[in-house]
Design a protein around this ligand. Structure first.
Ligand SMILES: [Zn+2]
Length: 394
């Protein structure tokens, strides 16, 4: 039997194993920075699957490894989930992990513990069929993605000193191959006015008026932002407007806009800041990019600037071509190629560190962050086969 038939057969044999591992993960609530219990469960699962070594790093990422060769492939799935929102909107318990009618039910099933459970099964398959001598494969259950995408990989690359040649991101792609998404950044603009008695506003300079004029220009900016055939258009919106004044009977001397900027191909931190600089020139205002810094469940305080660069891989990049080949060898048909609407850990992995990425994950992204989240067990089976086949195709 050829190796791909063997992988496919094993992935089907381990169908219940994969679904049950996912169910166990879902049962443990795992909000960002509170992933300790779910990480203990994931570590146990990876050990049982036969990984050569499993460690929890200083930030709380679980890293399983097989092989010890020069060529390094990493498969990444974030383990943290968002909260459940209004429980009234759910038709079932979000933490039941119930396996019924061909689905695993619950918060995190699609975004994205399903990808994590599938990669645990890939460990088991690869241990059974063996990997090439010159390869190391890391299986990463990463933390804090929902709070600050990419932070976990900044830590893995800079502190754990693991810099893979290729990363597979297992966020939901509906079993298509994804090769990029828009980047994003958060920007604050602070305006300094001069307060005066509210009875004589002409003596002061109102920061709210200053910010409002800039806000109208920022709205118009949308018309001039770049467009990319694959990733679509850049966008900007104002997500918060706050102001301050010595009293409600005074001219406001302070205002601040918080912007959500989505960056398409060729838009960068510098280009986005330059556009805004030209809007606030001649105004007493200052632009800054907020810095994320929080404590992980391990107690470690770690952070990064809230700039999450755009990334895309060309369709004919070897990393994408290997994925197409692996999929075709397994299922004898062409996979569809696409992109994520949302952002992933790819912002640092490729956006900052330039490591080639291929995206492939079980589940449909429309269920991400939504009530009644559930994932087809069939998808988990295919994803586990794909990860094993990919490791055998590069
Ligand atoms: Zn996600």
């Amino acid at each position: 039997m050829n190796i791909f038939n063997q992988i496919r057969k094993l992935s089907e044999e381990y169908r219940d194993y994969t679904a049950e591992n996912l169910s166990s993960l879902i049962k443990i609530k795992s909000l960002s920075r509170q992933e300790e219990n779910v990480q203990q469960e994931l570590k146990k699962q990876m050990e049982e699957s036969g990984a050569d070594e499993v460690v929890i790093d200083g930030l709380g990422n679980v890293i399983g490894r097989i092989g010890n060769g020069k060529k390094v492939l990493a498969i990444d799935g974030h383990i943290d989930t968002v909260d459940v929102g209004n429980i009234e909107n759910w038709n079932f318990n979000p933490f039941s992990g119930e396996i019924k009618d061909g689905y695993v039910h619950g918060r995190g099933s699609v975004d994205q513990e399903g990808g994590v459970a599938s990669m645990v099964t890939a460990i088991r398959i690869l241990k059974e069929i063996g990997i090439k001598n010159d390869m190391t494969v890391y299986f990463v259950g990463s933390v804090i993605e929902e709070d600050c995408d990419g932070l976990c990989w900044k830590y893995i690359i800079e502190e754990d000193k693991i810099k893979p040649d290729i990363v597979i991101i297992t966020e939901p792609t509906n079993l298509n191959i994804y090769r990029g998404h828009r980047g994003r950044m958060e920007i604050q603009i602070s305006f300094n006015g001069i307060s005066a008695h509210g009875s004589a506003p002409e003596r002061g300079k109102n920061a709210i008026y200053m910010a409002s004029k800039a806000a109208m220009e920022i709205e118009k900016l949308n018309e001039r932002l770049k467009y990319d055939d694959f990733l679509g258009k850049g966008s900007v919106t104002i997500s918060e407007f706050i102001s301050g004044s010595p009293s409600l009977c005074a001219v406001a001397d302070y205002a601040r806009l918080h912007l959500d900027r989505r960056l398409t191909w060729s838009e960068t931190k510098e280009s986005a800041i330059n556009e805004l600089e030209s809007i606030i020139k001649n105004i007493d205002a200052k632009i800054n990019i907020p810095y994320y810094e929080e404590k992980a469940f391990t107690g470690l305080k770690y952070g990064m600037e809230k700039y999450f660069p755009t990334w895309k891989m060309e369709e004919n990049h070897p990393v994408i071509k290997s994925g197409i080949k692996a999929y075709k060898n397994l299922y004898n048909k062409m996979p569809r190629i696409g992109k994520w609407t949302f952002s992933t850990n790819g912002v640092t992995i490729n956006g900052i560190y330039g490591i080639p990425i291929i995206g492939f994950g079980p589940g449909n992204e429309i269920y991400a962050h939504a009530p009644n989240e559930k994932i087809p067990v069939d998808d988990l089976v295919v994803a586990s086969a794909f990860y094993a086949a990919y490791a055998c195709s590069v």
